[in-house]
Ligand binder design. Structure first.
Ligand code: UDP
Length: 343
């Protein structure tokens, strides 16, 4: 019988791509989302790719009673992949309580019910923000955790600690924390992708919306960093590669191959690209001229980060398959499809 996997934030950017990969590996997938930063149309996209309609429930994870009722109805789940969270760094600085409330209370509700119903496996979305400005590159999982630069980053650090504590306290509960670098791109089918509500915070959706004429100009935040072209460097990973890392993590948990009850993996490509490299690669692969200007630095931006992903390669037997060119082509294909742009 196929295993039943709950994906919270299942209609979100990474959640929806992970749902597709799980369905294609014959898992039975249960999605929940509150649509705070996603659309119900994503469910149609998942169905068109996989020919299978995932189970979906609109659920507010901060609502204790609603979560309890959901789990009472779904107590035979085998594992949970927890994506649902608020993720806008700037907004978290302005509304810290909203971020602590949402990201931490949701996690607590989820964990309480996982323990109550003896659902033993959790894969958790963490972030490379936990490393802050790293002392050494590439960043290994053993690098020190730096004081968070934002309430959002702090919610990821605290969430990791809560999960670690719980895995220590419970014999029958294990978790894998995946520290993502910068997910970009879209499903190669062009049927699902990143769909930020309002003005995008992240670079690639801002680029695709500028190319689509929805935004006038892309602002590049600073060109006076200590990097070859002066712009910040990040490790950009194709969202399908990232989704596949979740399957690898899940299978490691299910097959009880993990030596400790809680493990952490960097999920990045191991290569850094500057903002200008991303802009120019986007222009090149899509034959588009992008309107951009150099602007001031954005507060809180780290100069350069990229992952050491050897632990994930070795232990999860996971390796990124897509290039940055693939990711930027897929991102534009998705934006065009979604907006009905023909070229
Ligand atoms: N960036 C930019 N203009 C934008 C959005 C982002 O120059 O409109 C830069 C940002 O300063 C950073 C990189 O793109 O160097 C990646 O930013 P993003 O917000 O996508 O991810 P982060 O690494 O901050 O989580």
């Amino acid at each position: 019988m196929s295993k039943k996997i709950l994906i919270t934030g299942g209609t979100g950017y990474i959640g929806s791509h992970t749902a597709v990969e799980l369905i294609q590996k014959n898992y039975e997938v249960f999605l929940v989302d509150n649509f705070s930063n996603s659309h119900s149309s994503v469910l149609q996209g998942i169905k068109r790719i996989t020919q299978i309609e995932p189970h979906f429930t609109k659920l507010e994870l901060t609502d204790k009673q609603a979560v309890a009722e959901y789990f009472a109805d779904h107590h035979d789940l085998d594992a949970v992949i927890h994506f649902a969270a608020l993720k806008a760094v700037g907004e978290s600085v302005e509304k810290p309580l909203l971020y602590y409330q949402n990201n931490l209370i949701s996690l607590l509700h989820l964990l309480e019910n996982m323990i109550e119903y003896q659902i033993p496996y959790l894969v958790f979305s963490s972030s490379c923000t936990v490393y802050g400005e790293p002392d050494k590159l590439p960043i290994k999982e053993t690098a020190p955790i730096k004081p968070a630069l934002s309430p959002y980053g702090n919610t990821k650090q605290i969430s990791e600690e809560i999960i670690v504590d719980l895995t220590k306290a419970e014999d029958n509960f294990s978790a894998i924390l995946l520290r993502y670098f910068n997910p970009i791109g879209a499903h190669p089918s062009g049927l699902i992708g990143e769909l930020p509500i309002g003005i995008p915070n992240n670079l690639v959706p801002y680029i695709t919306q500028t190319a689509a004429g929805i935004r006038d100009v892309l602002r590049i935040f600073g060109d006076d960093y200590d990097t070859p072209d002066g712009t910040c460097i990040r490790d950009y990973i194709h969202v399908v590669d990232l989704a596949k890392a979740h399957i690898a993590a899940l299978e490691r948990l299910i097959n009880a191959e993990n030596e400790s009850n809680c493990e952490v993996f960097n999920i990045g490509t191991g290569r850094g690209h500057s903002v200008l490299e991303i802009v120019h690669t986007f222009e090149k692969v899509n034959h588009i001229k992008l309107n951009y200007i150099i602007d001031d630095r954005r507060e809180g931006d780290v100069e350069k980060v990229w992952a050491d992903n050897t632990k994930a390669q070795k232990i999860l037997q996971w390796k990124p398959q897509f290039t940055i060119e693939d990711a930027l082509r897929d991102a534009w294909q998705w934006e065009k499809n979604y907006r009905g742009i023909k070229t």
